[in-house]
Ligand binder design. Sequence first.
Ligand SMILES: Cc1cc2nc3c(=O)[nH]c(=O)nc-3n(C[C@H](O)[C@H](O)[C@H](O)COP(=O)(O)O)c2cc1C
Length: 188
Amino acid sequence: MKILIEYYSRTGNNAALAERIAEGLRSMGAAEGGSAHGVTLFSLAERVPRKMGGLVADMVFGRKPALQALPDNVGDYDLVVFMGPLWMFHIAAPLRTAIKAARGRMKRYCWVSVSGGALGPNPGIAKELVKRAGKGLALCLDLNIAQYCEVPAGPSTGDTGEYRLAEHPGDLERLAGIAASAVGKLRP
Ligand SMILES: Cc1cc2nc3c(=O)[nH]c(=O)nc-3n(C[C@H](O)[C@H](O)[C@H](O)COP(=O)(O)O)c2cc1C
């Protein structure tokens, strides 16, 4: 399967997971005796450096911040995996820009996130994605730090906000295993 992973990450968690999932998917196809999954990683970078005040304003006003570059061939892939944080119970603003650009051109797409989860689940994400992409999604995985990672029980937003997945190799392996296995099972 030809897979494009488009990810945005402000503090590194989704970047770390995206890179590890790509490795997992590449080796998985070959290990299953089939042809290896061809995985392309595309990092979504904003034109203007992000500040916390701007983050809240972008979310409240529904803005779609400009990105430095976008992949122009999303329709060539069997599957597009969007990855990024959740902000204020919605997909992070830069992903809005990327999904709008890909709308109407993707064969299939799915969502994977390392979110915080300290304020509970994010129940509206799948619905938001369907609305933004204009079509149903193949998978929606919200791997939140509060439930899946080594943080104190009942963590605060401070605990999850300070958490860096790359500093917890056990968590990184576990989350990447869950995500790569779920994504790898999707068929074109
Ligand atoms: C302003 C702000 C709002 C956030 N809102 C949510 C939220 O609604 N739900 C959630 O699960 N996590 C929320 N988070 C936590 C991030 O999704 C989490 O820290 C994520 O792992 C960051 O990913 P990154 O390191 O790839 O940027 C929020 C973080 C910030 C900074």
